[in-house]
Design a protein around this ligand. Structure first.
Ligand SMILES: Nc1ncnc2c1ncn2[C@@H]1O[C@H](COP(=O)(O)OP(=O)(O)OP(=O)(O)O)[C@@H](O)[C@H]1O
Ligand SMILES: [Mg+2]
Length: 282
């Protein structure tokens, strides 16, 4: 882990980040190998991947194929074994504070209520946010993620899906320009998942955010993304990339029944199913 006060090292930018065409996120031949008790585990083969400014890219692939590893590389929590990871054209060499990261495992503070977990960022900021403003911002996010009435519950008193929603709100309070999301809605029931997808797409549009989103749910990937990337079984590499040319704003509830959605789902599933079969070692 990098030191807590690490910042992204701004070496002389390779390119002007505002110049058209510089991707928000770029992996250039980035690979990752772990060494665990003398054993080598290749999580990711060299991957070339870009996410444009305000683009929504979904990553799908079998368990263990390196999806979380990819997000950890972009967040600056891991260094690539080979290749480079760039953010706004600058190599990520320390913790990337420009992204909001919703990790696969939620990391709520058990001794704080839902509201106090969501507001923690406002307390940590060097310029303290006035109490009334902080309360107002927390209340707005509680509403946004549908947790009104549970503000004063502790994490142990919330369901898995509710905890995920607290984690989402806690990240959104930073107002990040880019979100890394690792199966954020995986634990939610089918209906709530659709509602959250709908709210997320509105929010991403309003705040003009860039998103790199990991999911096991192909339907979710198509509903939300501009582009879907299918990873192969471990060691992960890019097996297929498809643009989702479905018009926006999208109706996440109804679009599943359209022809365009069905066709793309079938096409992507054809790519994914072989990889999923490889991943389960039958
Ligand atoms: N910190 C680590 N140390 C050692 N090995 C790791 C570490 N992180 C991941 N791995 C290994 O790298 C591979 C890829 O892991 P990763 O968590 O990226 O997979 P994933 O695609 O996110 O899987 P899932 O869908 O199950 O979350 C796995 O074999 C895993 O055991
Ligand atoms: Mg994972």
């Amino acid at each position: 882990m990098p030191p807590r006060d690490a910042v992204m090292v701004a070496d002389a930018p390779a390119r002007d980040p505002r110049a058209a065409g510089v991707p928000k996120i770029e992996l250039v031949g980035a690979s990752k190998t772990f060494y665990v008790r003398g054993q080598e585990v290749t999580a990711l083969q060299p991957v070339d991947l870009t996410v444009g400014d305000q683009e929504f890219v979904a990553l799908v692939g079998p368990s263990g194929c390196g999806k979380s590893t990819t997000l950890n590389l972009v967040a600056g929590l891991l260094r690539p074994s080979r290749g480079e990871v760039l953010y706004d054209g600058v190599p990520v060499t320390a913790l990337n504070r420009r992204v909001g990261y919703i990790t696969q495992k939620d990391t709520l503070l058990p001794w704080r209520t839902a509201a106090a977990n969501i507001g923690v960022a406002l307390e940590l900021q060097s310029r303290a946010v006035p109490r009334a403003e902080a309360q107002e911002r927390v209340a707005q996010l509680i509403d946004l993620v549908g947790l009104r009435g549970f503000e004063n519950h502790y994490p142990a008193e919330l369901s898995g899906g509710m905890r995920k929603r607290v984690a989402l709100a806690r990240t959104l309070i930073y107002e990040p320009e880019c979100l890394l999301m690792d199966e954020p809605f995986g634990a939610l029931d089918a209906q709530l998942k659709l509602l959250m997808q709908d709210q997320l797409q509105q929010l991403v549009h309003q705040r003009r955010m860039t998103v790199l989103f990991v999911t096991h749910d192909l339907g979710e990937a198509i509903a939300l993304a501009d582009r879907v990337i299918v990873f192969s079984a471990r060691p992960g590499r890019i097996r297929a990339v498809r643009d989702v040319a479905l018009p926006r704003p999208r109706d996440v509830f109804k679009m599943r029944f359209t022809e365009g959605f069905g066709r793309l789902h079938e096409e992507l599933w054809d790519e994914l199913k072989d990889e999923v079969a490889k991943g389960v070692d039958v």
